[in-house]
Design a protein. Structure first.
Length: 425
C-alpha cells in the first residue's frame, strides 16, 4: 500500500554500509570473540546444520565449527537458530499520530519521531535485522541514527521519495530520468515506483511502458535497484521494463508470473498482514487520507485474491519470491505474521518462506555477500526461535535471541537482556 502522503524520500542503495562504519561488538566494549552453541541451524540457504558452534569475531561470522567443542557464550541448543530476517517492504516511519489516528510517514512532532524509533526497536526485537523502507524522507535520519549506533533498530535501506505514477503528468522520460538521479544524489538506496493506483481504487496502471522503461533503465545506469508497486497489467509492464522487483502483484496472470521467473524479476506479494492490520486498526485509519469505508469493503474482497497470487507464485517454477510485509502503523513488530499467512493460507513451503527472508531476500537487495546466511565472512545477524518453523510456523512469533552485527539485543534464552546497554562485557 502507499503512504497516505508522498514524501520526498530516497535511498542510497549501497548506502549506510558504504558510508558509515558498521556497529560492532567492539563499539560497545564487548568481547571481540563469542561462540554460539546451536543444535539446529537453518543456515538461510535452505540447509539445516546440526550441533555446531558458530564463532563470531567482531561483527562477522568467523567460523562454523562442526566439532562443537570449546567454551560457549550463548547456549542456543534446543532452539532453532537462523539468520536475522530481511523484510523487503516496510514503511518504518509510518505512525499513529497523537490523536491515535493514522499519521502517515511524514510526522513532524517529537512524538512521531519517538514512535518511528519505537517501530525500529520492535521490528528488531521481532527478529528483523534488515528492512527496506520504501519511500519517506523521514526514513533517512532514522536509517542514519541506527547505522551510527545511536539507537537500536534494523539496518534500514530507504527509497526516500517515490516516483508517483500520474499518467502523462508524471513527466517525460527525460524528466523521469532526472527524478531518479535526484534520488540517488539525496542518498537513496533504491528507487520506489508506483505504477498502479491503490488496489482499493481499482489498481489501474498509472505509468506508460515508455515511462517505466525510462525509470528502471536510469536506475540501473545509476547502480540502483527498482521496486515497483504494481497490480494487474502493470506487473507485466514493469517486468518488461527490466525493473528489479515487483511489489503486491494482485491480479497478475500465471503468464505474468512465468515471465517474471524467466526474466529473473523478484516478486514480493503480501499474503495477509497488511490487510489484516488495516482491518484490526480500522477505526484508526478510517477517515484519514486514502482510507474510506468503501476502501475497507474492497480490502475484505482483496484478501482472498492476495492469497491466490501467493499460491500461484509459490507454484511457479523459478520465480524468486521474497519476503515483504508492507508494514504500516500498527504492523511494526508483527512482521513475522506474514510468514504464517504465507505458509498457513497459501501453501508456501516453510523452508522456502525462511529462505525468502534470508539468502534470497539478501540477494534481492544486492547484499547476498553481506547478510542473509550463516556462513563465515558474513555479518553476524543471528536469531533464535523457541520452536522450529519447519514443523510449526507459529514459532516465528517466539523470537528469543537477536544478534545484529555481533551485538546481542535480545537474549531471553538465558535471562532477559532486553537492550544492548545491558549486555555484559
Ligand atoms: Zn507499501
Amino acid at each position: 500500500m502507499r503512504p497516505t502522503k508522498v514524501l520526498s524520500c530516497v535511498l542510497s542503495i549501497m548506502c549506510v554500509c558504504a558510508r558509515t562504519p558498521p556497529i560492532s561488538a567492539q563499539t560497545y566494549g564487548l568481547r571481540q570473540r563469542s561462540v554460539i552453541a546451536a543444535s539446529t541451524v537453518l543456515d538461510g540457504t535452505g540447509r539445516t546444520l546440526q550441533d555446531v558452534r558458530i564463532v563470531i569475531q567482531g561483527s562477522t561470522i568467523a567460523a562454523i565449527d562442526p566439532r562443537g567443542e570449546g567454551p560457549v557464550d550463548y547456549d542456543l541448543r534446543g532452539l532453532t537458530v537462523l539468520p536475522g530476517w530481511i523484510d523487503a517492504h516496510v514503511h518504518i516511519t509510518w505512525v499513529f499520530g497523537k490523536d491515535g489516528k493514522n499519521g502517515g510517514t511524514e510526522g513532524t512532532t517529537q512524538e512521531d519521531a519517538y514512535q518511528a524509533a519505537a517501530n525500529a526497536w520492535v521490528t528488531l526485537m521481532a527478529g528483523f535485522t534488515t528492512v527496506q523502507s520504501v519511500g519517506a524522507a523521514n526514513d533517512v535520519p532514522l536509517r542514519d541514527a541506527i547505522a551510527k549506533g545511536g539507537i537500536p533498530g534494523p539496518r534500514i535501506l530507504t527509497a526516500i521519495e517515490p516516483l508517483e505514477g500520474r499518467g502523462e503528468a508524471t513527466g517525460t522520460p527525460d524528466e523521469i530520468r532526472a527524478f531518479v538521479r535526484k534520488q540517488k544524489a539525496s542518498g537513496a538506496d533504491l528507487i520506489k515506483i508506483f505504477a498502479s493506483q491503490s488496489i482499493r481504487q481499482g489498481g489501474g496502471m498509472t505509468l506508460s511502458q515508455e515511462q517505466l522503461n525510462a525509470a528502471c533503465d536510469e536506475a540501473r545506469r545509476q547502480g540502483l535497484r527498482t521496486l515497483v508497486h504494481a497490480y494487474k497489467e502493470a506487473v507485466r509492464a514493469a517486468t518488461m521494463a527490466g525493473c528489479t522487483e515487483i511489489e503486491h502483484g494482485t491480479l497478475a496472470t500465471d503468464d505474468d508470473l512465468k515471465l517474471m521467473a524467466t526474466k529473473g524479476t523478484y516478486f514480493d506479494p503480501q499474503a495477509g498482514l497488511v490487510i489484516e492490520n488495516y482491518l484490526l486498526n480500522r477505526e484508526k485509519y478510517l477517515g484519514t487520507s486514502g482510507y474510506t469505508a468503501q476502501g475497507f469493503t474492497a480490502m475484505e474482497k482483496i484478501l482472498p485474491l492476495d492469497h491466490e497470487i501467493v499460491e500461484h507464485a509459490a507454484r511457479t517454477p523459478g520465480l524468486k519470491m521474497v519476503f515483504g510485509t508492507d508494514a504500516v502503523a500498527g504492523a511494526h513488530g508483527r512482521n513475522a505474521e506474514e510468514f504464517i499467512d504465507r505458509v498457513r493460507d497459501c501453501g508456501v513451503d516453510p523452508m522456502a518462506a525462511m529462505v525468502s527472508a534470508n539468502s534470497l531476500g539478501a540477494e534481492a537487495l544486492g547484499m547476498g555477500n553481506r547478510i542473509g546466511s550463516i556462513v563465515p565472512g558474513l555479518e553476524a545477524d543471528i536469531i533464535a526461535l523457541d520452536g522450529n518453523p519447519l514443523n510449526d510456523i507459529t514459532a516465528v512469533r517466539r523470537v528469543v535471541f537477536v544478534m545484529k552485527g555481533g551485538v546481542v539485543y535480545k537474549n531471553l534464552a538465558r535471562g532477559a537482556i532486553p537492550f544492548y546497554a545491558g549486555v555484559q562485557p
